[in-house]
Design a binder for this molecule. Structure first.
Ligand SMILES: Cc1cc2nc3c(=O)[nH]c(=O)nc-3n(C[C@H](O)[C@H](O)[C@H](O)COP(=O)(O)OP(=O)(O)OC[C@H]3O[C@@H](n4cnc5c(N)ncnc54)[C@H](O)[C@@H]3O)c2cc1C
Length: 419
């Protein structure tokens, strides 16, 4: 018979939101069971750097047990959660174990949304998890090795990135940079010049949440770096040898990366929680799920609004702050206090384009920075946000070596999952 475990609080998901909740509850001595299908917390904003050999896996992933080693009241369980019952406040693990709690926190993040586009799920590489980043990086290096065979060079290489948000822009920029720096050094100049990088988005710009000036700067920088932009036209089909656009034109390419959008995790759809935009849960101002008392939904799994009722974006800062806030409200639930409505502190947004080129809009007033200042601000903020000392030091060391020597020390081959 499957075991049953009971705790004060169960947190499902060890991402930004789940870790912040568990850390703040632990400080108040609350007994927490934190369940994640992976034994590590991953730092998604830097996944593209793993895929493009700028930093290593150990810099973006930190073992959950290491994060909570000093928090005796947090028990980490590594297992996929296969079912959630918000009414009974139970979760079922892959081995059939049922865990119940007074309070359930759902922080399962999101997954790639292919919007039903023909061939997208089968033939493109999504960029959402550490596995995705490692698989994509291995595939890019394997393609280069295969094309540079002893019998001659195959120049039919090309990367197509679908989606001009921060992930798509950062990835396209980093690959374009590699084609100028690491590829000529490790392969040949001619080979690098023949390889094209395309960025496609159905809207007529990149980085939609940024100001028009930041968008224009980003488009110019990408073009300068050799990224070919196809904006204002959607993708209708993804094939192993490229994509077809809505206007009927085709872009040839040996590899397609999907950075085209996210949707809520499948687990939410099967849980009975009422779903809103993007399949996410429209939470109450105090971050609880409507109709289910004692169930909190946080981060990318939720549609969270600010104090003026405006929808907040799916960002690490929103997830982290919602986790911290939920912990306070949960503590109030357990001690007879009052929940308070979530108040988001907007510290701004930033995106990396390439060496010395980035955009940042800082603070609620959105003070704009472009170029080297934004580039160094981006590096500083991301180093500071990494979860552990080892991760911060490792990333800073890799960035310094990369900046000073143009070398990519992480060029190793992993498992290649061909699509
Ligand atoms: C490539 C990329 C780049 C990004 N860049 C930025 C950026 O520069 N700045 C920024 O602010 N935001 C960025 N974001 C967004 C940010 O990373 C997310 O908003 C944030 O990670 C959401 O946190 P979360 O805790 O809700 O979910 P996640 O961080 O996704 O964590 C969800 C956790 O739940 C676990 N899980 C899921 N399903 C199950 C299950 N069934 N059983 C057990 N465990 C499960 C997962 O393993 C994961 O650990 C980026 C996102 C991506 C994908």
């Amino acid at each position: 018979m499957a075991a049953t475990i009971s705790k004060d609080v169960i947190v499902v998901g060890g991402g930004f939101a789940g870790v912040a909740t568990a850390q703040h509850l632990a400080r108040a001595g609350v007994e927490v069971l934190l369940v994640d299908k992976n034994n590590y917390h991953q730092f998604q904003p830097l996944l593209y750097q793993v895929a493009t050999a700028q930093i290593g896996v150990s810099e973006v992933a930190r073992p959950l047990r290491a994060i909570f080693r000093r928090h005796r009241s947090v028990r980490v369980a590594v297992s996929e959660v296969t079912a959630l019952d918000p009414k009974a406040k139970t979760v079922t693990l892959a081995d059939g174990t049922v865990c119940s709690a007074k309070i359930l926190v759902v922080a399962v993040g999101a997954e790639a949304n292919f919007f039903g586009i023909t061939g997208a799920a089968e033939h493109s590489y999504p960029m959402y998890s550490l596995d995705d980043a490692v698989g994509l990086g291995a595939r890019m290096i394997a393609d280069l090795d295969r094309a540079d065979s002893v019998t001659g060079r195959d120049h039919n290489l090309g990367l197509i990135v679908v989606g001009g948000g921060a992930t798509g822009v950062e990835l396209a920029g980093a690959v374009a940079h590699n084609l100028r720096s690491a590829v000529p050094r490790l392969f040949s100049e001619e080979f690098a010049q023949a390889t094209e990088v395309h960025l496609v988005d159905m809207i007529p710009t990149v980085l939609a949440p940024f100001s028009e000036r930041s968008q224009q700067y980003s488009r110019e920088q990408l073009s300068k770096m050799g990224v070919r932009l196809h904006l204002g036209v959607g993708v209708t089909e993804v094939r192993p040898d490229g994509v077809t656009l809505k206007d009927g034109s085709k872009i040839p390419g040996s590899l397609v990366v999907w950075a085209g959008g996210l949707k809520a995790s499948r687990l939410l759809g099967e849980s009975g929680l009422p779903q809103g935009k993007g399949g996410r849960i429209d939470v109450n101002p105090d971050l609880t799920a409507p109709e289910f008392d004692g169930v909190y939904v946080l981060g990318d799994a939720a549609n969270i609004t600010d104090s003026k009722g405006r929808a907040l974006p799916q960002l690490g800062s929103v997830a982290q702050q919602s986790g911290k806030w939920a912990a306070r409200n949960i503590h109030a639930d357990l001690t007879g206090g009052y929940r308070r409505p979530f108040r988001y502190i907007d510290k701004g947004i930033m995106a990396m384009i390439g060496r010395g080129a980035a955009v940042a809009e800082v603070g609620p007033g959105r003070r704009e920075l472009h170029g080297p200042l934004a580039f160094f601000a981006w590096l500083g903020v991301h180093a500071a946000l990494l979860s552990g000392v080892w991760q911060r030091v490792g990333a800073a060391a890799s960035w310094s070596v990369d900046y000073l020597s143009h070398s990519r020390p992480q060029v190793v081959l992993g498992r290649v999952d061909s699509k």
